[in-house]
Design a protein around this ligand. Structure first.
Ligand SMILES: [Zn+2]
Length: 432
């Protein structure tokens, strides 16, 4: 996108040279290895929009890589025609244009792409694309499996270029049976018989993460349960812990029953983060895949947590889409809250453009993190996402210069802060 503002071209050009800190991503390994042209379009967010524009049965046909391109195309095309203007579709269009020279997504263009599929599994190709996006550091939320936790503990984990690891808390806070607890303990060669022992072991593992070089803790709990955390109650947490320890396979499968333990463990994790002077990133707002409960993901549910841990810095994700008012309030009202636009810039570009303008007048601009690609691999899409984030910021700030709210020089400084200086300081990245 662009703007007709006379200030837009110079500002957008300036932004091309601002180094980006990618505040949230999931690239564990370089990839994926594209097998055919359809695989360039598949997985992650465009699929959700295609699903929304089609049906449960049609999306299965679209995703089925055992079917030929010709068999999948008619169903894909019907859904694509109904969704080709979303932010997620824009990402794919930009990828097709830049990396394959294709202006339109057609059966013929897909056939032409077959012979020149990007080798994203080649680290050099992957990193070269990050260079083209001027993406200098990426905060990677990539460790969820027990084997990967072991690799963090013994210092052998390898992640993608420019990655700085964050601790993904779900495996630690959402234990639901004896096996899952002992698996965590086993990563440091121990076993557990009480909640106190489990807390000690989690702390020991987090210390190992710290030695590995983590830059934040990350809570993605909104995919499982509400963000409304209650005050920690150790007696209640112990009761749930003792119950799950008597089951070898998830004996409690209701998030409500597990909640006292989950609440308690997250409070403990926040305290650890505070002791380590590390920020806590939290997924808020829109959830990937379909038929989610968006109400439980509203950042406003975190109010008590934010107010309780005043010395801990909270980085709230995805601009809380679609609840902009709530997150503006939280960031304005609490000194320890920052707004992170990871994913949001493609989820809804106009929402972000409007919010960037509103933020400038309502929330201190030093509390904004402007970009996070949020893909698993797909450096090509990260490049496109970066381009859209730069567009959104340039469009908003050019408008604010037009109204004489800020000067052109101030617009450049704000953009630099949002994309680089603010996250560099907030996450203590130490970049020059
Ligand atoms: Zn994510």
């Amino acid at each position: 996108m662009k703007s007709n503002s006379k200030y837009f071209p110079e500002l957008r050009e300036y932004l091309e040279h601002v180094p980006l800190i990618d505040c949230h991503d999931h690239s564990r390994v370089c990839g994926p290895k594209y097998t055919d042209a359809m695989s360039v379009l598949m997985e992650e967010y465009l699929l959700d929009d295609l699903h929304s524009a089609s049906s449960d049965s049609e999306i299965e046909i679209i995703k089925d890589s055992n079917l030929s391109l010709e068999q999948r195309w008619p169903v894909f095309e019907k859904a694509w025609k109904r969704t080709c203007h979303t932010g997620n579709a824009q990402v794919i269009k930009l990828v097709l244009k830049k990396f394959y020279g294709e202006e339109e997504l057609t059966l013929e263009s897909l056939r032409r792409m077959e012979s020149k599929l990007l080798r994203l599994d080649d680290e050099k190709v992957f990193e070269d694309i990050l260079d083209q996006g001027n993406i200098v550091v990426r905060l990677e939320d990539v460790v969820g499996e027990i084997d990967e936790i072991k690799q963090v503990v013994n210092g052998t984990l390898k992640i993608t270029p420019r990655g700085r690891l964050v601790v993904h808390l779900t495996p630690f806070t959402e234990v639901c049976d004896c096996d899952s607890v002992q698996e965590i303990a086993g990563t440091v060669g121990k076993t557990v018989s009480s909640l106190d022992e489990y807390l000690e072991i989690c702390r020991e593992i987090f210390e190992a993460y710290k030695r590995f070089g983590i830059v934040a803790f990350k809570n993605a709990i909104a995919y499982i349960r509400t963000l409304k955390y209650d005050a920690p109650d150790k007696a209640k947490a112990e009761k749930v812990f003792d119950t799950i320890m008597s089951k070898s396979k998830c004996g409690i499968d209701s998030a409500d029953e597990l909640k006292p333990l989950s609440d308690y463990l997250f409070h403990e994790a926040i305290r650890t983060a505070g002791d380590m002077d590390l920020p806590v990133q939290i997924h808020t707002g829109h959830l990937a895949a379909m038929r989610n409960d968006i109400v439980r993901a509203n950042a406003i549910g975190l109010t008590k947590i934010i107010d309780t841990y005043r010395d801990v810095r909270f980085d709230l994700f995805h601009a809380n889409w679609p609840y902009s008012g709530e997150i503006l309030f939280l960031a304005k009202n609490y000194p320890n809250v920052a707004i992170d636009f990871c994913w949001a810039n493609i989820l809804d570009p106009v929402y972000c453009q409007n919010m960037f303008k509103q933020i400038l007048c309502s929330v201190p601009h030093g509390k904004i993190h402007g970009y996070g690609s949020d893909f698993s691999g797909f450096a090509d899409r990260a490049w496109a996402h970066a381009s859209i984030a730069r567009d959104n910021i340039a469009i908003s700030l050019a408008d604010m210069v037009e109204t004489e709210y800020i000067t052109p020089a101030q617009a450049k400084q704000i953009a630099y802060d949002w994309l680089f200086a603010n996250p560099n300081k907030f996450f203590n990245l130490g970049l020059e």
